[in-house]
Design a protein around this ligand. Sequence first.
Ligand code: URP
Ligand code: ZN
Ligand code: ZN
Length: 463
Amino acid sequence: MSLLIKNGEIVTSDARYVADIFIEDETITRIGIDLDAPPGAEIVDATGKFIFPGFIDPHVHIYLPFMATFAKDTHETASIAALIGGTTTYIEMCCPSRLDDPLESYHLWKEKARDNSACDYAFHMGVTRWDRNTESQLRSIVADGTSSFKVFLAYKNFFGVEDGELFQTLNLGQKLGVITTAHCENAELVSRLQEALLAQGKTGPEWHEPSRPEAVEAEGTSRFAAFLELTRAQGYVVHMSCAPALEAAARAKMRGVRLAVESVLPHFLLDKRLAEQNGVEGMKYVMSPPLRDNRNQQSLWNGLRSGVIDTVGTDHCPFDLSQKNLGTDAFTQIPNGIAGIEERVSLMYTQGVIAGRIDIHRFVDALSTRAARLFGLFPRKGTIAPGSDADLVIFDPKVRGTISVKSQHTNNDYNGFEGFPFEGRASVVTVRGKIQVRDGVFVGDKSRGRFLAREPRGGSDVE
Ligand code: URP
Ligand code: ZN
Ligand code: ZN
């Protein structure tokens, strides 16, 4: 099987030029001018279009038992939505509750995805408690190719870990050379503030943000950074939403803490007024950390442009309206989360590159290359080079459209970005050399996706 993509403008995190790309089987084998197509090769004309490396979403939830229900997508629906949007690899959070067995959960998550994903995928392994079996279980999960952990400093008694458990996790991460990703909100403060608000009869979705104000996230971020500093582990803060947390992360980076920062699509584009609407209209926009006062958005864009924010993910986590309505009597019962895997690339291109907030190379870096580097996928993923997987996005900058639930592929009955205009969209998308999307339509193999085993970077146990 060979494929020749002609005359596209290749854009990576550090280069931009017009050339042809030749793909044999799953791999890019040649890049050059006026390449000839051997007999039988398919030719795709990319004149006037950008060719980006396949985008990587480093933070998604697909199978997720959470808040008395399950997130709505299957691996099939989420991966097709991802591909239509230009994302060719996602990293899913494997999230056992504190009561579940970690190893059994890991195999359950893997089994759910196996043969059901149209694009490639990997996992971050959630560490939600620490007992005498945890270290050996985690070592076997890392040996299986899942070389990143996830901890929640939020969600007391469910996913959340205590400080001692955080220490143990980071210590092991440091020894193995495994990066630990973290949801940074102070669980105790959230739980006390929730209790106080409910006691005052403040039950609507507009009270979700006041129950986890910016200081709660800044504290979580500072604490995580201090633990990283003292364990010498490598960490990654997920879904950063506000300036005080960003400042805490920037201070940590400046003093040499090995910390990377992710923010996610909703926090760049949406603000807390949406969650202050009455009833289910507000509940649609309940996520954690919550949507913030919109003055934070400028800080996030500045952080993204300067590189203090390393990556942009989605925290894709769809719940439908009937699930959101579980929180009618109390905002603490509203399933937290919003979808975005399908919209991230077009909306960040429109609101970031077209609007002049970030340049096109930072866009590629933040939505693909940096995640590949941080999570052990580079140079297989995250760039366009001979030897790399042929995951390519032929992106048509001339397409114009509007985000709508009516055209989405995510399995949900609303779209949090409804009505947002976009300029530019993935037109042809390949996964390891196979065309999965053509003219913006999924035409591919629903079980094309493969689990990506990743080597740890080498920690003190192996150096
Ligand atoms: O509200 C969110 N973010 N839901 C998904 C779970 C998480 O915290 O990432
Ligand atoms: Zn989270
Ligand atoms: Zn998440």
